[in-house]
Design a protein around this ligand. Structure first.
Ligand code: HAM
Length: 459
């Protein structure tokens, strides 16, 4: 019996689980700012959803899907990506008829691809993504890109490396395909077997080939930008102009074609090399799609969307020290001084929890030294020490485990005292919480969240 996780899968525990929750919470909250609603679709779909939706020529469909026959002999696939399943849901539930267009949804969950595991690449990974379906405009495409960058800023990234390109409309891609076939036909004998197949199925995919010798050949291939139709070029520059107006910085990457077949017009990716120099690959990517809804049996509606890879985002954020505060630690560890204080400590712990703070207490007797060690191991911010003598005086001791400072707190002021410890007054305020401003705030930037009485006096 092999009890190790299946190759390319991993367990997410404790602080890491908390970090995933935090990142998805920030992404979801940002999507909600833009009016997006949650949509959860099954992990399992009929295989055609992805073969038709994601595309027969994509590596994902050709080589990477977890596909099997269920006990009813139906071919089903564990989603390798969400977009096709989301569109299937919109079509089969006819949301396009019952909801106002565009339909704007976000999603989060595991996806499965049989890829070679390496840094930032798993066989089971998690995506957070959004899709906006039913509106064909450069403004809709631009809004999605602006939102992706907004999400990165909300996660704490100061700079975002946004690569963007247009793969044009059908006319563009037909002309470009012809040019690629002509070019690669001359070199195909020296290229990998995958590229030979790609040349037949979709020569655009050759541009994604990871074999160095093939990449060298692809460098001199015709450039997509030279084949953009007038309409696609106009639309692309309109999109760029809108995102520009919102201060979004980008780099046009005319080699960016994305690996899934449904895209048309604008495509983009977000990259980041961590402060430690590790390159986890693209943190997220997406773009506009024209024919996907129709190819899955729905009306002729366009869509645009993107997805982030949660593992990659969490890894880069850890390397860049953006998640140091997000741990599985607790606020208070309540330590009874002796066995006869176990009940009091238990009752106090329940009271602290009812005030909204996380707290734990040992449920069996222990020595003070080992209980303090436990408090540190649980990453508690404070230890509350419950002793008989102190309780008789109506007080407890609270020790800051980072600074080792200890002070007495009166039990009848417990709620205020704990709140001051966990949510102290903003020390960034110029008046340091002791305001003598007499109703006229002296904070230079009069920032929101200013500690103080100025707000209350002004009101
Ligand atoms: P994708 O580029 O295939 O696009 O995946 C999006 C993100 O998922 C990638 O940028 C990467 O961060 C993460 N990812 C992909 N494969 C793996 C893997 N094997 N291990 C870890 N992370 C991975 C899509 O999936 C499209 N559905 C995005 C989209 C939405 N386009 C339009 N709407």
């Amino acid at each position: 019996m092999d009890y190790t996780p299946v190759k390319g899968t991993h367990d997410i525990f404790g602080s890491e689980a908390k970090q995933h929750n935090y990142v998805s919470y920030v992404l979801k909250s940002t999507a909600e700012l833009y009016g997006y609603k949650g949509l959860e679709t099954p992990v399992l779909e009929h295989t055609e959803v992805f073969s038709r939706g994601t595309g027969e020529s994509s590596d994902v469909v050709r080589k990477e899907m977890y596909t099997f026959l269920d006990k009813g002999n139906r071919s089903v696939t564990m989603r390798p990506e969400f977009t096709a399943g989301i569109v299937r849901s919109i079509v089969s539930n006819k949301y396009y008829a019952t909801e106002d267009l565009p339909i704007k949804v976000f999603y989060h969950g595991p996806a499965f691809r049989y890829e070679r595991p390496q840094l930032g690449r798993y066989r089971q990974f998690h995506q957070f993504g959004v899709e906006e379906i039913g509106l064909d405009s450069a403004r809709a495409d631009a809004e999605i890109i602006i939102m992706a960058v907004h999400m990165m800023h909300n996660l704490g990234f100061k700079t975002v490396n946004l690569k963007i390109n247009s793969i044009g409309d059908e006319e563009t891609r037909n002309n470009y395909r012809t040019a690629l076939v002509e070019y690669f036909s001359k070199h195909i004998d020296n290229m990998c077997p995958d590229c030979k197949e790609r040349l037949q199925l979709n020569p655009l995919r050759i541009l994604d080939c990871k074999v160095p010798a093939d990449q060298e050949i692809a460098k001199d291939a015709p450039k997509l930008k030279d084949y953009l139709s007038e309409a696609s070029e106009k639309r692309f520059y309109e999109t760029l102009s809108i995102i520009n107006d919102f201060g979004v910085e980008y780099e046009i990457d005319d080699g960016l074609v994305r690996g899934l077949d449904y895209y048309s017009e604008v495509v983009f990716e977000i990259h980041a090399v961590s402060d430690e120099g590790k390159d986890y690959g693209a943190l997220g990517g997406g773009g506009h799609y024209g024919g996907l809804v129709r190819s899955l049996g729905g009306p002729d509606l366009p869509g645009v969307g993107f997805a982030m890879g949660m593992e990659r985002v969490v890894s880069v954020m850890n390397d860049n020290h953006l998640l140091e505060e997000v741990t599985d630690g607790i606020d208070f560890y309540v330590i009874p001084v002796g066995e006869d204080m176990l009940d009091e400590a238990f009752n106090l712990t329940m009271a602290v929890r009812s005030m909204g703070y996380s707290a734990e207490t040992p449920l069996a007797n222990g020595k003070m030294g080992s209980l303090f060690k436990k408090a540190v191991k649980r990453k508690a911010k404070y230890a509350i020490i419950v002793g008989g003598n102190e309780l008789e005086r109506g007080v407890i001791n609270v020790k800051n485990l980072a600074t080792q400072e200890q002070k007495e707190i009166a039990l009848d002021d417990l709620e205020n005292a704990l709140s001051d410890l966990i949510d102290p007054i903003d020390e960034g305020c110029c008046c340091g919480g002791e305001c003598d401003c007499d109703g006229e705030c002296k904070c230079e930037d009069n920032k929101e969240g200013c500690c103080c009485c100025c707000d209350s006096k002004n009101n």
